[in-house]
Design a binder for this molecule. Structure first.
Ligand code: ME8
Length: 519
């Protein structure tokens, strides 16, 4: 075994969530997708660091805390725990759950501020403009509109209020050309292209300097040497990606190894912060830029936007209780092309569970395994010479890893799963055509070969779906006699299942979803 230090590092992050409300399916979607990516890279031999967490400062948090009669600190302590529990429920394999109230994060945020100030990019002026507390974002007058006497952000439809205060500014306007040049020379930086194009056209329209401190409240990271000023929450929040890997100690082993991040996973509403402000801050601070910002879409309930007033906000816990964690993980990653907006519904989830999981994968595994148990003493048989039909499915399964890897590297999770299920479809057809239950009487040696081929495809699939369905894949690999550890890494895909492997009693791994009686 090579030592861990020789592995290629891979650093992945999610957005850090505002913990002011209850976790919803949109959050779960982001955590699940980033988690699948992190697990994929670990299985593929990378040294992964996976960061997620909570964004605990800012006016929105301070106001919510006040409404609940708590201090901001009491409020975020309580809410951070709620989000920690969601991660536990989802099986998120994070390496650190960062909180922007963690002591090391204050030092990191103040350090990047000082670097930007030293670069001459921060100056003191007066801010006058429209602020959305909900978005923690500033809007220009023409980005807002008035309806029934209330002014809203056109883009996000949240209320904005007139804000006038002394503020530090970041010279964002000076970065327009450098950002455009960077996008041009790094075509992998923003994805998917159709979402990143919006970012590019925003930058092309011209950038205004950004207000980056507030004096009207104190729930934030203090600006160095500027009493009364706290940092604009987004300066503090974005810096979490540096804190998570050891910044400001840029000479630390962790920082040298993991920075720059390989991919920031974020939703479409915050692409401007990640693909414009964040690279500009890093350029100013003389730090490397993340390699990629992957912008996912929004999930809707039955095609309708989730909102508290409509009462259609689904709690991740309820969905998991109903369908099981792995079915939910599979559904989200398979159903919606990553980047696009998507919708979920009971019918769609049950459809995927029964067709893809119970039928195509579960039945194939169960039928082949129970034939081995009944007819071959539960031992993986020695195959005979492979026919063209055998070779076709075996070769298709062996070709999956490069295809699935290429898809994951672009966060095209649905394409990866589609490729795997295409092979399962072909293998089901092969199994039906070869009819091993007939061969049992006519040609037992040939039956053994067909079962061997089928088990080998199921093994490949079991290994490859681990990032998406960790617990079910583990059970599948258990019944295939594949021990935990090396036999389950992607490196093991090239070594076919060993004849003579004793298999435990087969147990179904993917049950059909049955409507509860009376439903
Ligand atoms: O924006 N579908 O936090 P947040 C899919 N604190 N994704 C959704 C979604 C939906 N319906 N609703 C929200 C923040 N999201 C900041 C981030 S990062 C330095 C600071 C996504 O709690 C959203 O796009 O409002 C974002 O990526 C994440 O959930 C957290 O949103």
């Amino acid at each position: 075994m090579s030592p861990a230090s020789s592995k290629t590092p891979f650093y992945i992050t999610t957005a850090i969530t505002y913990p002011n409300g209850a976790p919803h399916i949109g959050h779960a979607y982001e955590y699940i997708s980033a988690d699948a990516m992190a697990r994929f890279k670990r299985l593929d031999g990378f040294d992964v660091f996976f960061l997620t967490g909570t964004d605990e400062h800012g006016l929105k948090i301070a106001q919510t805390a006040e409404r609940e009669g708590l201090t901001p600190q009491e409020f975020v302590d309580r809410q951070a725990e709620v989000y920690r529990e969601v991660h536990e429920l989802l099986g998120t394999s994070y390496d650190r759950l960062i909180r922007t109230t963690d002591p090391d994060h204050y030092g990191a945020a103040q350090s990047i501020w000082k670097r930007m100030a030293d670069a001459g990019d921060i100056y003191l002026d007066k801010y006058e403009g429209w602020y959305s507390v909900r978005d923690e974002a500033f809007y220009t007058e023409d980005e807002t509109e008035v309806r029934d006497g209330v002014r809203y952000s056109k883009e996000t439809d949240t209320e904005v209020t007139w804000t006038a205060e002394e503020s530090y500014f970041f010279r964002l306007s000076a970065y327009q050309d450098r950002l455009l040049a960077y996008y041009e020379s790094h075509p992998e930086f923003g994805a998917p292209q159709y979402r990143f194009n919006e970012v590019i056209s925003f930058v092309k329209h011209g950038l205004e300097d950004l207000s980056i401190s507030r004096t009207s409240f104190d729930w934030g990271v203090p600006v160095p040497d500027a009493p009364g000023h706290v940092m604009y929450v987004w300066v503090d929040a974005l810096t979490n990606y540096l804190t998570g890997v050891g910044y400001p100690d840029v000479a630390s082993e962790q920082f040298e190894k993991f920075w720059p991040a390989d991919v920031h996973i974020i939703g479409k509403d915050i692409s401007r912060f990640h693909a414009i402000y964040w690279p500009a801050f890093l350029m100013s601070a003389g730090l490397e830029l993340p390699r990629r910002v992957m912008i996912h879409g929004f999930l809707q309930n039955n095609g309708v936007k989730m909102s508290k007033s409509l009462g259609n906000v689904v709690a991740p816990a309820d969905m998991i209780a109903q369908y099981g964690l792995d079915a939910v993980r599979y559904f989200f990653l398979r159903e919606v092309p990553y980047g696009a907006d998507g919708s979920y519904s009971h019918e769609a989830i049950v459809g995927r569970m029964n067709a893809d999981l119970a039928n195509n994968l579960g039945n194939l595994a169960q039928r082949s395994l129970s034939m081995v148990a009944k007819n071959l003493d539960g031992v993986v048989p020695e195959p005979g010479e492979f026919t063209a039909a055998d070779r076709e499915v075996l070769d298709a399964a062996a070709a999956l890893l490069p295809a699935v890897r290429a898809a994951f590297d672009r966060q095209e999770f649905s394409r990866a799963l589609e490729a795997i299920w295409a092979v399962l479809g072909d293998t089901n057809a092969y199994f039906a055509e070869q009819a091993p239950w007939v061969l049992r009487k006519t040609d037992p040696a040939r039956m053994a070969t067909v079962l061997y081929v089928t088990l080998e495809v199921v093994r490949q699939v079991g290994i490859l779906v681990q990032p998406v369905m960790p617990a079910s894949a583990a059970r599948l690999l258990d019944v295939l006699g594949q021990p935990e550890g090396e036999a389950r890494l992607f490196a093991a895909l090239g070594t076919p299942i060993a004849p003579g492997t004793a298999l435990p009693a087969p147990a179904p791994v993917f049950p059909r979803y049955e409507e509860p009686a009376g439903a």
